[in-house]
Design a protein around this ligand. Sequence first.
Ligand SMILES: [Zn+2]
Length: 312
Amino acid sequence: MQELSVMFTMDCEPAKIDVTAYGSMMSASGPDDYQESERSIRAYVATVKQAGFSTTLFAHPEVAAAHSQLLLELQDEGACLGLHVHPYKLKGGRYQHDLGAYSSPAQRQILREASDVWEEALGQKATYFRAGYFSANDFTFGVLKELGFKGGSLSIPGRILPEHCSVWAGADPYPHRAHLGFRQLRGDSDFIEIPVSMDFERPTNRGAANEQGYEWLYIPAERYEHPEIVRHIVQRVHAEAHPHGVIVTDTHNDQDYSQGDHPARVNLDLTLRSIERCCAEVGVRPVGATVARLCDRLRLEQKHEGTMGLGG
Ligand SMILES: [Zn+2]
């Protein structure tokens, strides 16, 4: 039976006590304190695990510091850890913009600072990345590669949100090697990009971040039809028979997944049930994946394809 990888992610934002008023104005997501954050993260990971899948947690540096024990414990149990950065939420308040607004040297500086704090807290190098608002420009993949990152989930195909420097119109919707010159294209670099999954049949002019684009599996989104989104994504991936078809979701650590009747928990349960049902309908088996596993697999398979190509 054909398999379909399923990657549940969470962007773990610093608690509001760690963010300036300006930072909170730029991005309102995030828990009030780290107790709320821990409750959200633990219950999300447990619910996803109960359904047989694993979680990828992109943690802002302050979260890595506040939750170092929790994150390492969850990593031991199978979660994958990555770095998440909104420059204006970093301690010190030196940055005013989203990542995609910066030059290549400035992005290098921001990401190096953030990585250093993350690494100090967790005792390991950050190798996977996602920026706040999925903000990036054509320098971003190259800078990440130079800094030793192996991959990430930076893109949200179809999004047009220039006020947060997040424009992904026309971006490749499947996992691929990043193109270091033009971010929307499939390239041949060693940096692997795993885009979040979009429902191209549900365009919107007012998405969860007030963007133009498509509905997608942002779990807390109140206006999205999660079961329909899952159905369209599974049908598209199945119809296109893409070798790297995946379902990639996202959420934040400010949703109380421990409460069965919390709207985000209701959406999570709906999404999990829809994945199971829609995969069964088209005869594919959903399999849990993390950003690390998907990046490793794509790198290995394409190396193998390359070798075969040379022989033939
Ligand atoms: Zn964020």
